[in-house]
Design a protein around this ligand. Structure first.
Ligand SMILES: C[S@@+](CC[C@H](N)C(=O)[O-])C[C@H]1O[C@@H](n2cnc3c(N)ncnc32)[C@H](O)[C@@H]1O
Length: 445
């Protein structure tokens, strides 16, 4: 399996894939990272300095022997055989999986960048893309322009960073960025607790960068159509739940009834975005390619929801894909959320942040969900259905009959794993762990 990290920067993705693929191949997991055929990871970036940091990070982790390749150059060169040769790549090279996170929106023509990546993606391959979200950056451009009127942000990045920090700390609540910052804070008490304010590089990236474009739901689909030339379609949002308006208003029957007839479509996703306010600061999604197709603009493949079938399928996918990562997950991180061991308060939320990506080939789950969801995932054993496990968690934690919130949270995880599976990123073991899966469907979640 060949992985491309386009605009890999200082190496978050390559460290991640190299670490996880090395472990999965070493442990003989046949469904991950190409299994016995092995894997290769290519990291392309314009910046020599970033590449040297990425190399150093691999060294620190003892991964310098992993099959990784660093290429300094522009991803735009991938679009033609001669450009690939310029990058010292075979002119006909193709990749099974491409990750491009936070990169295409910095190009003067993002669709041109997407088209270049599409040209080296295999048919049936997948591409993970993250671009900035317009709604969640409300006010960012006001501040960008304010700073630009005072200093040359490109020639003098340090002054830009200093001025931005001062502006933010003195910002009146009437500024459009103030509400955005409140939503980024997500319960954090102080603005300094928000990740982006810890690192100058983050501040630079958000407020001082010479060029960026932000997208809304509709323009994401226009971008996919334009850059993908009809050969790319969205397989799934990384997290479907934040593109569902009932996530934000679903506590009321009025809204549940209002939203119920909406199909998974651009209209529904756009409504969720508009109804959520300044939540969507990034759009992360998975594309799939079929060069024999001409996907209409707005195509969302998604997947049909069929509890009678999916439930068994999910336990198979999840128990095989998550077994490594869940074992490694730092349980100590959850201590304050749990009363004793796993028992927790019904309202406790856990930051759900571990690597489904690792299990397959490239996805992170980072969500804040009810802690019981973690427990459900951790108990999946390829022997019981999801419903059986949910029922066990309900019993163990003495939860009442109303546990819809656990089911909904679980769906987030579940949707992503299925998307991975559907795109060939995880191939479940037959019967999972060699066990025959009983078709003992225990009712809807
Ligand atoms: C915001 S950083 C994101 C880095 C990384 N993907 C991550 O998520 O941490 C954007 C990166 O894209 C790189 N970049 C920008 N234009 C590029 C191009 N045309 N070809 C290759 N890399 C590019 C920059 O050098 C930078 O490292």
């Amino acid at each position: 399996m060949r992985i491309l990290i386009a605009g890999g920067g200082t190496g978050d993705a390559i460290v991640y894939y190299a670490e996880m693929c090395t472990r999965f191949v070493r442990n003989g997991f046949p469904y991950a990272c190409g299994g016995v055929d092995g894997f290769e990871i290519y990291h392309v970036d314009l910046s020599e300095v970033s590449i040297s940091i990425a190399k150093e990070r691999l060294k620190v982790r003892g991964l310098e022997g992993a099959p990784v390749f660093f290429i300094q150059g522009s991803l735009l060169d991938l679009s033609s055989p001669s450009g690939r040769l310029r990058l010292n790549l075979p002119s006909d090279i193709l990749f099974d999986y491409i990750n491009t996170s936070g990169v295409l929106h910095h190009l003067s023509s993002p669709p041109q960048g997407l088209s270049a990546l599409k040209s080296v993606l295999t048919d049936g391959g997948s591409m993970f893309v993250m671009v900035y979200g317009e709604h969640g950056r409300t006010g960012v451009y006001d501040l960008q322009q304010s700073v630009r009127s005072l200093v040359d942000t490109v020639a003098d990045p340090q002054s830009c960073i200093t001025i931005v920090k001062q502006f933010i700390s003195a910002m009146p609540p009437t500024h459009r960025l103030s509400s955005t910052i409140r939503s980024w804070m997500m319960g954090a008490e102080k603005m300094e607790d928000v990740g982006i304010y810890r690192e100058d590089s983050e501040i630079y990236d958000i407020f001082c960068h010479s060029q960026d474009k932000a997208y809304n739901v509709e323009s994401v689909f226009e971008f996919i159509y334009e850059g993908g030339e009809g050969e790319l379609a969205m397989a799934s949002w990384q997290s479907e739940v934040v593109y569902d308006p009932s996530t934000f208003y679903g506590h009321s029957q009025f809204f549940l009834d209002l939203f119920a007839p909406l199909e998974k479509s651009v209209k529904k996703f756009a409504l969720a975005e508009k109804a959520a306010g300044s939540l969507h600061s990034k759009h992360s999604f998975l594309l799939t390619k079929d060069s024999s197709k001409k996907f209409p603009q707005g195509t969302y493949i998604g997947r049909p929801w069929n509890p009678a079938f999916d439930e068994v399928f999910a336990s198979e996918v999840l128990c095989t894909s998550l077994e490594e990562s869940i074992l490694d997950y730092e349980r100590s991180m959850w201590d304050d959320r749990f009363q004793t061991g796993w028992i927790h308060d019904e309202s406790a939320m856990c930051r759900f942040s571990f690597d489904v990506a690792a299990a397959g080939r490239g996805f992170d789950i980072v969500e804040t969900l009810h802690c019981s969801v973690l427990r459900v995932v951790s108990l999946l054993d390829c022997k019981r259905t999801v419903a059986d496990v949910v029922n066990e968690v309900v019993r163990l934690e003495g939860l009442g009959s109303d546990h819809w919130w656990m089911s909904r949270g679980f769906r987030v995880v579940y949707d992503m794993a299925l998307t991975l599976q559907k795109n060939g990123l995880i191939v479940p073991l037959p019967g999972g762990n060699g066990e025959k899966i009983e078709n003992n469907i225990g009712g809807e979640l």
